[in-house]
Design a protein around this ligand. Structure first.
Ligand code: ATP
Ligand code: MG
Length: 485
């Protein structure tokens, strides 16, 4: 530690600017004068107690990170959701730190710190199992490189604390808390908005959405999660700009969608996405799914369960979640193929491939989650009846997820309650009782799985790249390991 401190001091006298960095982050700040949005009022500072924030709400790891940075001669604050949620009396998901130290300077001060990211370096500072994302103050350049729609492709210039506040998305996300001095710094009126429970974009909302269309999803997420009203000027441009989501790399969309689904308010978020016309860009199948006879019910049940788990502090499985969101579509396709004479399992495999292909055009669900989805879906035919084959299903590595998914189907009325009960009894029984259950006459699902009560033309619309030869090939390459026998 002491060594690192001296190393830093020496490094400073050498004053070598870091690669790609604007070395303006400390002392006199040349960028401030040029900043396009610096008309804001002077920063206000508050003692923690005045706002009801306490040091013990902040993770020890975040406090340690700030302490060590400050002892090293740098500014360091907890920022973003960690401050916002603490001020609202909510449990923050994680804590981020912002500093005027460059990533290399940060790294030199900590024993376990890793620089990550190529486009813009940040440092992961690790304490035990906790990781504190530590980023150097940065500025949004007015002359940043953008695509033809205004999306910023590179924003890798360091800046002052003020610049750093301005480049953030919402005023309530631009509060800086110094846990050592116990002071909150508010440059942009975030405290006032927090008190009024208003979500307000910093700067000109349309421009900020163009710079990064993902911010539209963030508006929906924070409004739903926090129960905040969206400032009218922040809300207004979204409908007109919704299509810009098309230009966002699909992996980035996936990350943001996952945050939305894991917000503890997933159903509210999805409804709002739909209202604002944003779902076309992320979950194009959502309309189709919700229009299906039981689609809305199934998705609602799945999301209610997810929200409950998140709020209880439990982990959720993204694979299970996406499997739930897309299941009705798969079930529908599966049934159609079976009606056309295909065998149960190949029909299901084909249906899965088609649906995953349709979805992949918009949102790149990570491969490991796709594998989970296939396994969960692939196990479903095994639950459609009771009997001897149950023993082997139980041994499946993914049994628990498949089983939980089956219970959702029962709740949604897609699988008979009788079958659901049998499985529940079977899972919870000891070996002797299991034998007795196996000896019973097998029950076939009478609710009909999957079901297609009405052949509605509406569920057949908007299906780019539907079915056909192209998907037959991918179905045949599906891992046989996922296929139930
Ligand atoms: P939570 O972690 O609870 O979901 P958060 O506000 O911490 O919410 P993060 O995605 O962790 O959200 O981002 C941390 C902070 O970084 C935000 O509070 C915001 O200040 C800034 N930020 C994140 N994404 C963007 C973005 N797309 N545009 C501008 N600022 C952003
Ligand atoms: Mg966060």
């Amino acid at each position: 530690m002491i060594f690192a401190f001296f190393k830093r001091l020496l490094g400073r006298t050498a004053a070598t600017p870091q690669a790609g960095a604007n070395p303006s982050s400390r002392g006199a700040n040349p960028r401030r004068a040029r900043s396009p949005r610096s008309k804001s009022p002077a920063p206000r500072t508050w003692k923690g107690a005045e706002l009801g924030i306490r040091r013990d709400q902040i993770s020890q790891a975040a406090i340690r990170t700030c302490e060590i940075l400050q002892r090293g001669g740098f500014k360091a604050y907890v920022v973003g959701g960690g401050v916002r949620d603490s001020l609202l009396g909510l449990q923050p998901k994680d804590f981020d730190v912002a500093t005027d130290a460059t990533p290399e300077e940060v790294q030199a001060l900590f024993r376990r710190a890793r620089i990550i990211g190529r486009r813009f370096k940040i440092v992961h500072v690790m304490f035990g199992r906790e990781t504190i994302e530590t980023s150097t103050f940065r500025a949004l350049q007015t002359d940043a490189e953008t695509d033809e729609h205004g999306r910023v492709l590179r924003d890798n210039v360091y800046g002052s604390q003020h610049d750093d506040a301005l480049r953030r998305d919402f005023t309530v996300n631009a509060l800086y808390y110094d846990p050592i001095a116990d002071v909150v710094i508010d440059e942009l009126g975030g405290v006032q908005d927090l008190r009024a429970r208003v979500l307000r974009m910093i700067g000109d909302p349309a421009t900020r959405y163009r710079e990064d269309p993902v911010r539209m999803l963030r508006t929906v997420r924070f409004a739903s999660k926090l129960g905040f009203a969206v400032d009218p000027a922040t809300l207004a441009p979204i409908r007109g700009l919704a299509d810009l989501l098309e230009n966002v790399p699909s992996a980035r969309l996936f990350d943001e969608m996952l945050k939305l689904l894991e917000s503890g308010h997933a159903m509210a978020c999805l409804r709002r996405l739909r209202e604002e016309g944003l779902h076309h860009g992320v979950l194009p199948l959502l309309d189709v799914i919700l229009e299906q006879p039981h689609g809305e019910r199934f998705v609602e049940l799945a999301l209610a369960q997810t929200d409950e788990r998140v709020r209880a502090g439990k982990s959720i499985s993204p694979g299970f979640l996406f499997a739930s969101l897309l299941w009705q579509r798969v079930a529908d396709r599966w049934q159609a193929r079976r009606e056309a004479g295909e065998h149960t399992i190949p029909a299901l495999m084909q249906a899965m491939d088609t649906v995953l292909d349709e979805q992949a055009e918009k949102l790149a669900i990570q491969r490991r989650f796709i594998a989970d989805m296939r396994e969960i879906w692939g196990l479903q035919p095994r639950f459609d009846r009771t009997g001897r084959s149950a023993v082997r299903v139980l041994e499946h590595l993914r049994f628990r997820a498949g089983y939980d998914f089956m219970l959702l189907r029962v709740q949604a009325g897609e699988l008979s309650a009788e079958i659901g009960q049998w499985w529940q009894d079977f899972v919870e029984s000891d070996p002797a009782a299991r034998e007795a259950l196996l000896a019973r006459t097998p029950i076939e699902n009478r609710s009909g799985t999957p079901r297609r009560r009405r052949r509605r033309s509406s569920s057949r619309k908007s299906r780019p790249g539907e079915g056909g030869q192209d998907t037959l090939q991918s179905a045949s390459t599906a891992s046989p390991g996922h296929a139930p026998d």
